[in-house]
Ligand binder design. Structure first.
Ligand code: TTP
Ligand code: MG
Length: 378
């Protein structure tokens, strides 16, 4: 355990709902559910007043409507959420040059060394107040010796919370928590561990490493590190961010190639959209497949710099074909790396202007209605 580090994790509370409430204060105190309003839509997020009824992110909208019919349902406005996300990032950037934006509403900061001069907790509290004052959005933080414990601390402190977990407090903080609270424990891992009588983090760390490895493979080794406070990944600043990636874990292991293919198309679209909105292009693709037994394989390929779905997708399909070992798949991942700044212009050799116009039109719709609002059919 590296007890010398000081890592801060900040995460906005019910982010999309909080933005909607800034724009319309009549939503305050009411159950609010944001998500695709069609019958096949899912919940993006919801207010605490709706969470009381069991509604949560990624739940089918039809289920949410059944559990909380009196809620206010909102389709969402991705452009506004991006704007407020950027505003919060700017506030953080103005106070701390080295930070990692981990998602639309969370940031990690490495404050190691600062405590000698000022005290990291005091500094973090002031930053939080600053964000609340300048953005009008509620936010919580966790402060600890590494990223994973800081993140768990944030989750425990919510809503509107602050929580420092010192090195000496890590065991008493983590031990009573459900294993569900460890990042990367999804329903499947949770059910598997529960069926073995492993319910709390304490149960988990008391289980032999060999047993954990037998049950969960590499993933288990990682979780053990987290649970022991030994996860030590660095805070990666935007400056160093050389790749973007997305992974999907299926609710059931699958052999359905059409289903997997459709998923890959959606993932590539999402990544390319992010690239274009950040004015970046990529020069390398990595595909990752994890099978039902947690064996994980990946394969990488260099490509001419691009941010176009229709150039990247065939390469992804080819890599998948080369890598796939005809076993049920638990997880697939796509990573675009060797990122550099550059615009679509670079693609002009291979892109027709029609294609570029199409991307511009698609991106505008995505800006307006959210990333998942439109997908191509290939
Ligand atoms: P989260 O930080 O996971 O959730 P949250 O901010 O709504 O609530 P909490 O207070 O627990 O942090 O995600 C940030 C935003 O990302 C969320 O407001 C909506 C969006 N999102 C989705 O669209 N789908 C999802 O499945 C999740 C988890 C989040
Ligand atoms: Mg959040």
């Amino acid at each position: 355990m590296d007890t010398n580090r000081s890592i801060l994790h900040l995460d906005l509370d019910t982010f999309f709902v909080s933005v909607e409430r800034l724009l319309d204060s009549s939503l305050n105190g009411k159950p609010v559910i944001i998500g695709g309003t069609s019958d096949r839509g899912v919940v993006s997020t919801c207010s605490y007043e709706a969470r009381k009824f069991g509604v949560h992110s990624a739940m089918p909208m039809v289920t949410a409507r059944r559990l909380c019919p009196h809620a206010i349902y909102i389709k969402g406005n991705y452009k506004e959420y991006s704007k407020y996300s950027n505003l919060v990032t700017e506030i953080i950037a103005s106070k701390a040059p080295l930070f990692e934006k981990a998602s639309i509403d969370e940031h990690y900061l490495d404050l190691t060394g600062m405590d000698r001069f000022f005290g990291t907790l005091k500094w973090a509290k002031e930053l939080r107040q600053n964000i609340i004052k300048e953005s009008g959005l509620p936010i919580s933080f966790g402060l600890s010796i590494n990223k994973s414990i800081a993140k768990i601390a944030t989750d425990e402190s919510k809503p509107n919370g602050e929580l420092e977990v010192k090195a000496s407090e890590i065991r008493s903080f983590l031990n009573p928590l459900s294993i569900k609270k460890l990042p990367m424990v999804g329903p499947k891992t949770f059910n598997l561990l529960s069926s073995m009588g492993i319910h709390t983090v304490q149960n988990f760390v008391n289980t032999s490493p060999e047993m954990i490895n037998r049950l969960l493979g590499e993933h288990g080794n990682y979780l053990r590190k987290v649970a022991l406070g030994e996860e030590n990944s660095p805070v990666i600043t935007e400056h160093e961010r050389k790749s973007i990636s997305v992974e999907t874990t299926f609710s059931q292991d699958t052999l359905d190639l059409e289903f997997i293919h459709n998923k890959l198309v959606k993932m590539v679209e999402e990544l390319c959209y992010t690239l274009r909105s950040e004015n970046k292009v990529c020069g390398s693709i990595v595909i990752k497949i994890r099978y039902g037994n947690f064996d994980t394989h990946s394969k990488q390929k260099s490509i001419p710099l691009t941010a176009s779905d229709h150039l990247i997708m065939p390469q992804v399909r080819q890599l998948f074909k080369e890598l796939y070992g005809l076993q049920p798949i638990r997880l697939i991942g796509v990573k675009l790396s060797n990122l550099s700044f550059g615009s679509q212009q670079i693609d002009l050799f291979s892109d027709t202007s029609d294609m570029l116009n199409l991307y511009q039109a698609l991106d505008e719709i995505k800006n307006k209605f959210g990333k998942k609002s439109i997908n191509r059919a290939i």
